[in-house]
Structures are given as C-alpha cells and as structure tokens.
Design a binder for this molecule. Structure first.
Ligand code: SF4
Ligand SMILES: [Zn+2]
Ligand SMILES: [Zn+2]
Length: 317
C-alpha cells in the first residue's frame, strides 16, 4: 500500500477516496478536509473565538487538535455528566490533552451547576438517557458560550454521525430535524453559531488521526448508550459502505445539495412562534423551555411548571 502523494509506505487507506496515505500526508489530508468544510459552509472567520465541545472521545479531541494546528483560537468545554467512572475517565483525557497543548479547558459539572446529573435526570424525567443528555448538553454548551463570549461552538460530529442521524430522520420522516440537519447553524434567537467541521471525515479516520498524533482518548462506549438507535444505524450503514464505498458521502452531501432546502422551506412555513422561556429567557415555543422543565423534574418534581409537553429549545429556519 503506497501513499497517493509521495509513494512512500502508507499507514491508512480510505476506500471512499480510493486512496492511501503515509503519516505526513494523512495529516495533510485531514487538515485539507477540515479546511474545505470551513470554507464551503462559511464556518469560521480567522479571528473567531471558538468553544470546542470536548467529551474526551476521539472526535472532539481530534477536532480541537486540528483547529489549534490551523491556528484558530479554540478553547474547550467539558461537561461532567455524572456517568460514574466513564465521566471520570473522559474528563481526565480532556484535561491531559488540554495540558499537553497548553490550551484552556472549561469544566462544568452538571450536578454542581444545574443540580442534577444525567442518570438522575433521565429517571426523573422518564426520558431515554441519550435524549436527556443531548438536551442538557445543547443547553449548557450554549449558555456557557454566551456567558464567556464565544462566537462559535464547534462539535466533533463526523460523517458517520451525520449519516446515521440523517438515516434515522429519513426512516421516521422527522421533518423538523431534517430541516435543521446542516453543518452550520447560524447565530440567532440567542443561540450561538454551531459548526461541525469534521463532516467530511469518517470515524475510522478520526481514530487513526488520534493514534498517529499520540492523542489519548476514551475508547470505552458510554455505559448509557445501550438501546441507542444511532449505533444500530451505524452498523447497518457500515455494511452498505463496505459493499459500496462512498455511499455514506453521497447520501449526506446529496441531501445537503438536493434535499435540505426543501425541508427548510417547509419548516419555515409551519414553524410556530418563538417566545422567551419564563424561567431562563431562552427561545422556546412553549411557556417554559424543555431544559428548564427537565431540570425542574430532576431537582424539584413537586413543583413542575405546567406547559406544552412537546416543546424544546430549538432554532427555527
Ligand atoms: S451515549 Fe447517550 S448518555 Fe452517553 S454520553 Fe452519549 S448521549 Fe450521553
Ligand atoms: Zn506520503
Ligand atoms: Zn428555560
């Protein structure tokens, strides 16, 4: 296996690109894919102050490393979810990385700052752990970014993540989610701009990047991920990709080119009026936002405010 660029010994082959790379040219490949996403989707200006959502996993640590190596001003945010040893280890990985790069890491502990952790919140709200976790992380990321004056939140969603989400949204014709599935969500209604610079890179590439760059990340799956449908979708999609390399890329980027505008227009026509949450001021379609309601259920279930059961803090397009 020879490097496509220098014909030296390759360390990784990427079948959807029909290419293999040596260590040095693999790093160039990863950087060029990220630069291409940043440029194509207008993700960043050179001086933007970026907050990277860091979980201690391969994608978020690789993303932080890539943004720093491209000379962006990027700090990290680690959210302590309270998921036992898993959270302790993942926090450690994030802290070790930050120290090794001389980078600044904010640490917010859900229990200390918001009065509940994910296992407790999921039981109290009778929601799936991943739903509780996702809602909590989105809210906390945005609040911390606003508080500390960051212009952009960057998350480590890679091509495999985006394709699995798209697949699930299509299977269930989740029109609202389809209208929002884009690599950049702009600043609006009190939400900080959100970007996904790894959308052109797969899970395997990110793992290889970390290994070759000496980035120590948490390999273990979150113990609360059992029953997570995204993992099953990824397995099914991997089979399809193995048989036909490039299918994931075509599915996702084909959707962005040919499907997204259609769903966005539909969502724009039917979007309900946004109000301010009466508790925290965040944009919401109900009286009180989904996060405040979850927090009330987790910390003070006797005094849950009555409101629309279907609301969630979300953007409208
Ligand atoms: S698997 Fe679910 S509960 Fe665990 S960190 Fe991910 S979203 Fe949160
Ligand atoms: Zn090479
Ligand atoms: Zn609220």
């Amino acid at each position: 296996m020879k490097c496509r660029v220098c014909r030296g010994q390759a360390v990784i082959d990427i079948r959807r690109h029909n290419a293999a790379f040596c260590r040095e040219h693999f790093f160039e490949h990863v950087q060029s894919q990220v630069k291409r996403s940043i440029k194509t989707f207008g993700m960043l200006a050179p001086d933007d102050k970026i907050l990277v959502a860091v979980s201690g996993g391969k994608d978020s640590l690789a993303l932080w490393d890539i943004l720093l190596s491209l000379d962006y001003k990027a700090d990290g945010l680690y959210i302590g979810l309270g998921i036992g040893e898993y959270s302790n280890f993942s926090q450690e990985k994030a802290e070790v990385f930050a120290t090794s790069r001389g980078a600044h890491l904010h640490v917010v502990n859900m229990k200390d700052s918001y009065g509940y952790d994910i296992p407790q919140g999921a039981v109290s709200a009778r929601r799936a752990p991943c739903g509780t976790c996702g809602l909590s992380k989105r809210y906390v990321m945005n609040q911390q970014a606003c508080k500390a004056g960051y212009e952009v939140i960057a998350t480590g969603h890679n091509l495999d993540d985006e394709v699995a989400t798209l697949f699930g949204n299509v299977l269930h014709w989740n029109l609202d989610a389809l209208s929002r599935q884009r690599p950049v969500l702009p600043t609006e209604h009190g939400f900080v701009k959100k970007i996904k610079p790894l959308v052109r890179l797969g899970e395997r590439e990110m793992a290889a990047y970390c290994v070759l760059r000496g980035i120590d990340y948490i390999v273990e799956e979150c113990p609360m991920s059992e029953g997570n449908t995204g993992i099953r979708y990824k397995e099914a999609l991997n089979e399809i990709e193995n048989a036909s390399p490039g299918t994931k890329h075509q599915f996702f980027f084909g959707f962005l080119d040919r499907g997204l505008d259609h769903f966005s227009e539909q969502a724009g026509v039917s979007a309900p009026e946004l109000k301010s949450c009466s508790n925290c001021g965040a944009s919401t379609t109900g009286e009180i936002c989904a996060f405040c309601r979850l927090r009330q259920m987790a910390t003070d279930p006797e005094r849950v405010t009555v409101g629309s059961p279907s609301f969630r803090p979300r953007r409208r397009h």
